[in-house]
Design a protein around this ligand. Structure first.
Ligand SMILES: [Zn+2]
Ligand SMILES: [Zn+2]
Length: 463
């Protein structure tokens, strides 16, 4: 399953202007920590650091050429709105670091982007940040997001701006607009600016979503979500007051998908199978055996059934025996589980819905996604999918069947599971869209493979 393009780390680089008020440094760190904590499935992938990237002379020259080339093409296509680039000046931005390499200080970038009145042109600042990666949005090449915080004010009251790899936040503007707020509120306001901009770096909102609008970059139409188009107004800020997670479920799922597919972060999905022969041929890890035991025992208790475990087996293997003679077998190796069941006559049946529900709950608790393994029975797939869709918030599994007529026919179009899925599908579609609901629409969001644009300066404005 490993592919060469996958990497296991994503660094959040905090870059502070010299002399920035210590509270902002503290809050920025907390904002990134809070953001990372929303994605427990990637917690081993995230690193938070204050170490900015350093470049060799050779790389600086390469970047200069790359920038000149990209901007030459861009400017030819946009004669009305060209982006100026001075190669000499660009190279002068780099200063020698202790290890013989070079780095760009935020102070230098700011000095180029500050106007005569002392306001920072945030777009210019973002451009200068982006020049560090040759305007290239490539999570594979550059597995980092840099968050720069400066003391001054943004032109036109801009609070934050973001590209895929770079974010800049104006603490000075934040200071002004939070006048009169309590310290806790100021802190939340500032942290939410960083989290909103991080939301853009991970494409929380995008044009494939029907509930988003393009208003100075793609934003959510849900007024209680942090990705709302007017997220920085006092009204919107007040609306989010007691929310544990400032992002809505749709934004969360978009970001998860983006982290997996664009940033190529590997989470540990929980693979579900309907045949234990498909399990990896290796003994189960001790810690995992304990986890599976807890899961299966609790499930047996919930079903008021007897629990039996084959402790001699090298993999985890337990049977839940219900009073009516139904036996549900759970076999597991690390992050792979196989479920099967038999009725009192020994006929093979699909395990009960509550088994799947418990499994999705377990995955959610661990911050794992459900992956549909090689499952043969449509009814099994349907029940697993029902459990995912009924979870709060709903889980977006991988390799799930597409909800089309063919799948419904394989289930029996009038079966209980088909009817339940159709209902759920309608509910999801209604939430996702205010457009006419059609029976044929699929509920499982299609994998949106968006090619990162080479030169999109995403504009951000706080209002
Ligand atoms: Zn949202
Ligand atoms: Zn925004």
């Amino acid at each position: 399953m490993t592919d060469n393009n996958s990497h296991n780390s994503l660094s959040f680089i905090l870059k502070f202007e010299d002399g920035l008020d210590a509270k902002y440094k503290q809050w920025a760190q907390e904002a990134v920590e809070d953001f990372a904590a929303l994605f427990p499935e990637f917690k081993n992938n995230f690193k938070i650091t204050k170490q900015s990237p350093r470049f060799s002379e050779e790389i600086i020259n390469l970047l200069r050429k790359k920038n000149e080339e990209i901007l030459r093409i861009y400017n030819a296509e946009h004669p009305d709105n060209p982006i100026p680039f001075d190669g000499e000046k660009f190279c002068q931005m780099f200063e020698p670091a202790a290890d013989g390499k070079y780095e760009i200080s935020l102070e230098k970038q700011l000095s180029h982007a500050t106007d005569q009145q002392g306001y920072v042109d945030m777009q210019k600042l973002l451009r200068s940040q982006r020049a560090e990666v040759g305007f290239c949005e490539s999570p594979q090449m550059y597995p980092f997001v840099q968050i720069a915080v400066f003391s001054g004010c943004g032109q036109g009251n801009v609070r934050g701006i973001s590209g895929r790899h770079h974010i800049a936040v104006a603490a000075g503007t934040c200071d002004l607009v939070t006048k009169g707020m309590s310290k806790d509120e100021c802190k939340r306001y500032f942290k939410e600016i960083i989290m909103h901009e991080l939301g853009h770096s991970f494409d929380a909102t995008h044009k494939e979503r029907t509930d988003c609008v393009d208003n100075l970059g793609w934003h959510d139409t849900d007024p209680s979500c942090l990705m709302y188009e007017y997220a920085y107004t006092r009204e919107a800020f007040a609306r989010r007051k007691n929310k544990k997670n400032p992002f809505c479920n749709h934004c969360m799922e978009s970001m998860r998908q983006n982290m997996r597919e664009t940033w190529r972060l590997q989470d540990r999905p929980l693979q579900v199978l309907d045949d234990e022969k498909e399990l990896p041929q290796k003994p189960v890890d001790l810690q995992q055996r304990r986890e599976w035991r807890t899961f299966a025992r609790q499930l047996a208790a919930k079903m008021q059934a007897d629990y039996e475990e084959d402790t001699k087996s090298s993999i985890f293997c337990a049977t839940i025996k219900q009073k009516d003679g139904t036996c549900t077998k759970i076999s597991a190796v690390d992050d792979n589980i196989s479920l099967s069941a038999k009725d009192r006559e020994g006929h093979k049946i699909v395990p009960e819905q509550q088994v799947f529900k418990a499994l999705v709950e377990k995955a959610r608790k661990n911050g794992q996604t459900i992956n549909f393994g090689n499952i043969k029975t449509p009814e099994f797939k349907a029940r697993l999918l029902i459990a995912c869709m009924e979870a709060t918030p709903p889980m977006n599994p991988t390799n799930a069947p597409e909800l089309n007529n063919e799948f419904y026919d394989s289930l029996g179009a009038d079966s209980m599971s088909a009817r339940r899925l159709k209902l759920l599908q309608r509910k999801t579609t209604a939430q996702n869209s205010s457009q006419t609901i059609s029976e044929a629409q699929t509920a499982t969001p299609k994998t949106a493979q968006r090619t990162p644009k080479n030169l999109t300066v995403r504009r951000e404005r706080g209002r």
